[in-house]
Design a protein around this ligand. Sequence first.
Ligand code: GLU
Length: 461
Amino acid sequence: MSVIVRFAPSPTGYIHIGNLRPALFNWLFAKARPGEAPGQFVLRFDDTDVERSRQEYADAIAEDLRWIGIVPDMIARQSDRLEIYDRAADALRAKGLLYPCYETADELERRRKRRMALGQPPVYGRDALRLTAEERAKLEAEGRRPHWRFLLPNFESDPFAPVRKEVRWNDLVRGQQTVDLSSLSDPVLVREDGTYLYTLPSVVDDGEMGITHVIRGDDHVTNSGVQIAIFEALGYSLPVFGHHNLLTTVDGEGLSKRSGALSIRMLRAEGLEPMSVASLAVLVGSAGSIEAMQDLTQLGARVDLSAISSSNAKFDPAELVRLNAELVHKFSYEDVAARLAEMQVPTDSAQAFWLAVRGNCEKLDDAASWQAIVYHAPSASFVFSDEDLSFVREAFALLPPEPWNNESWGLWTQAVKAATWRKGRGLFLPLRLALTGLDHGPEMAALLPLIGRKAALQRIP
Ligand code: GLU
């Protein structure tokens, strides 16, 4: 069976690292399962909420996914598919499975309280099913418009006498799952204004598009129980479901798309690498260590959906910085050559430059400040004590002639040591400070030949 998955965001904001998780779990499931032929990945915008959905967010989501390396085989918009949902709704109406209800929110709330007071479960009591045609006509004549509920199959023959009805599935992540439909209200599928809630269009699309696996957050577990009943009512074959844990902040709070916090574009603007973001998004909250993977194929080989924890995963921004540094430290020159060229690193020494500085870069952009130090000037001119000043000047007079290589620093500092009797930190630190303006950084043996004799002499304090 060829796999078809979908990622179905609502374009109501920029996606954040928590939203990226289902995108990546689906992408890696379809495209990067070791030994499996690649499947199809559909990006579907759940944009039936016209008030909150925006084209600019849809475009931004596609762009953010592309930055991560996710390039959908197909993009669909629910707002283009309303006729298909209308047909499905009509089919349910024809079977008596979608019925009109006229209660206002206040009325529903009052009834809910009454049921609770009577010790009954606070679910919708299907009162609208008792309305006669005349009563309905009367309500409509008063100007009431119906919303429409799906009749859950949780009764034998009398819808007012629900019985325990378990929907079961074997979840890719959570194993055997059970949802008892008698504990749920008949879900509203169509609003008063005729617009669709998420529940029906999602099932219809998954059915029509032949989605084989629905992998999404575990906030949808109960939904899946309801949606399985709708799949069956519409005669679609069932996809396999997988519900992964959700990501929260370190304090356990949920991430919100609307707040823009931790949005993928913010992480990108901060100079983080797509693979550090992707690695954390996928590996957090699962068994095994969290390491930066080099590419999505390698990351795919690390995914084991059944090993994902059932409790929430916590996102720690410091972890992201650590992973990013891990990744940057391992980048080869080829990985970064184009970006170094953008930073005006001279091509003839760019490889040696990268190998010298990469261990000191948490983000690739940090290389730009080393570029400035190596090829232009120290980051700041250090104010030396009189004693150090004369030491540094004496030392610079001993700079060996060019050509220089990685041994030149050693030869120079040995000569300086012999002439001045300084050693250790007292010897090396003032020279580093004079040449770079900083008391820390890459090996001076690697930096000195990059700086070159002429520029070094210009750095004499
Ligand atoms: N639009 C839904 C969401 O963002 C999609 C859930 C699903 O994958 O079915 O939660």
